[in-house]
Write a protein that binds this ligand. Structure first.
Ligand code: HEM
Length: 333
């Protein structure tokens, strides 16, 4: 990533796109290793961005068919048709990756997620055996949930830092403070503002409202994170609120005032990976480059509606090198 930015010093860079490419490559290595390389890799990474953006919009759209199931077969908004088209392109891609791996199975043993799942598939008698469809579902789940979330958070964090140069200066001097910036970005811009919908197992009353058994319940972390009864100056970007008391308000789902990764059984299984990737990407970008806004005075901080809330308008910045040893910018092959 640093080598890539260095080759584009002085030009405008789309920060969200840069982070997305880095993450698809990182998650891709973890999930299907070196199966996809060279030109195919570039094609896959650029297609993913477009496909993921479409998935997020479809997943976030209120679907009339859910409210009136009797007319679901009309699919008035075309949501089901759209998702089926996306499934088709994912299916073809995953079929080719799996086929390639099966061909090589006799050779060198791989140790990535794909291999682990295929080993479970081979063991048909085991209760944890998986069908090919389940394998594909898990692969899509990891790739979709692991990339956009972290790249959107990177873009939000960089946007807030560009809007607050005094915080940017402080963070560059003391990179340990990056964690405060990340926690505050999670608070103001939770990328999944409505957690995965829950279903109430029994009827109950919450805050005077009856929630009948079987209701679909949406938890709005976006509004919890901006609630003035919980947070001082909730609309202000203030990483110090986390830095002054580091142990307070962890994001592992135990404190219901702060749930950027959700809570309970369905909470994010990628917490450690997401937090580490985000810290690493942000710290590398801040440590290696100075960033400048193009002649705009204020960063646009509006969000885009979808199940994952990214920025409405991409953040474009111009980098200049910060390190004196230019060897450090060279790409590692
Ligand atoms: C900044 C990074 C990330 C953020 C903010 C984030 C946030 C979330 C949130 C809020 C949920 C819903 C939890 C709930 O409803 O209680 C979720 C679910 C999920 N996340 Fe993440 N996530 C991130 C990174 C990742 C990564 C890196 C992976 C995997 C590689 C991942 C995999 C998943 C999966 C598979 C689910 C669905 C879990 C389920 O439904 O049981 N996430 N994430």
């Amino acid at each position: 990533m640093v080598g890539d930015v260095y080759e584009n010093v002085g030009k405008l860079i789309d920060v969200g796109e840069l982070a997305f490419r880095t993450l698809t490559s990182l998650i891709g290595n973890m999930v299907w290793g070196s199966e996809i390389q060279g030109e195919q890799r570039t094609i896959v990474e650029s297609q993913f961005k477009k496909i993921f953006a479409e998935i997020m919009v479809f997943l976030g759209k209120p679907n009339i068919s859910d409210i009136f199931p009797s007319i679901a077969w009309f699919d008035i908004q075309g949501i089901e048709r759209g998702m089926k088209k996306i499934r088709q392109s994912f299916n073809e891609f995953l079929d080719s990756v799996i086929e390639e791996r099966m061909k090589k199975e006799t050779g060198e043993q791989k140790s990535d997620v794909l291999q682990m799942l295929l080993d479970l598939h081979k063991n048909q008698d085991s209760p944890s055996s998986l069908t090919m469809n389940q394998i594909k579902g898990i692969l899509v789940n990891i790739v979709v949930a692991g990339t956009d979330t972290t790249s959107d958070s990177t873009e939000w964090a960089m946007s807030e830092l560009m809007q607050h140069p005094e915080i940017m200066e402080k963070v560059k001097k003391e990179l340990n403070d990056v964690i405060g910036v990340i926690k505050e970005t999670f608070r103001l811009h939770p990328v999944l503002p409505l957690l995965v919908p829950r279903c109430s197992a029994r009827s109950l009353t919450v805050g005077g409202y009856t929630i009948p058994k079987g209701s679909r319940v949406f938890l709005n972390t976006w509004s919890i994170h901006r609630d003035p009864n919980i947070w001082d100056n909730p609309m202000e970007f203030q990483p110090e609120r986390f830095l002054n008391e580091p142990g307070k308000l962890d994001f592992r789902g135990n404190d219901f005032r702060y749930l950027p990764f959700g809570s309970g059984r369905r909470k994010c299984p990628g917490i450690n990976l997401g937090e580490k990737m985000l810290s690493f990407i942000l710290a590398s970008l801040l440590h290696s480059f100075e960033w400048k806004l193009p002649q705009v005075e204020k960063v646009d901080l509006s969000g885009k509606f979808g199940i994952i809330m990214g920025k409405k308008n991409p953040l474009h910045l111009t980098p200049t090198p910060r390190l004196t040893n230019l060897e450090l910018y060279k790409r590692k092959s």
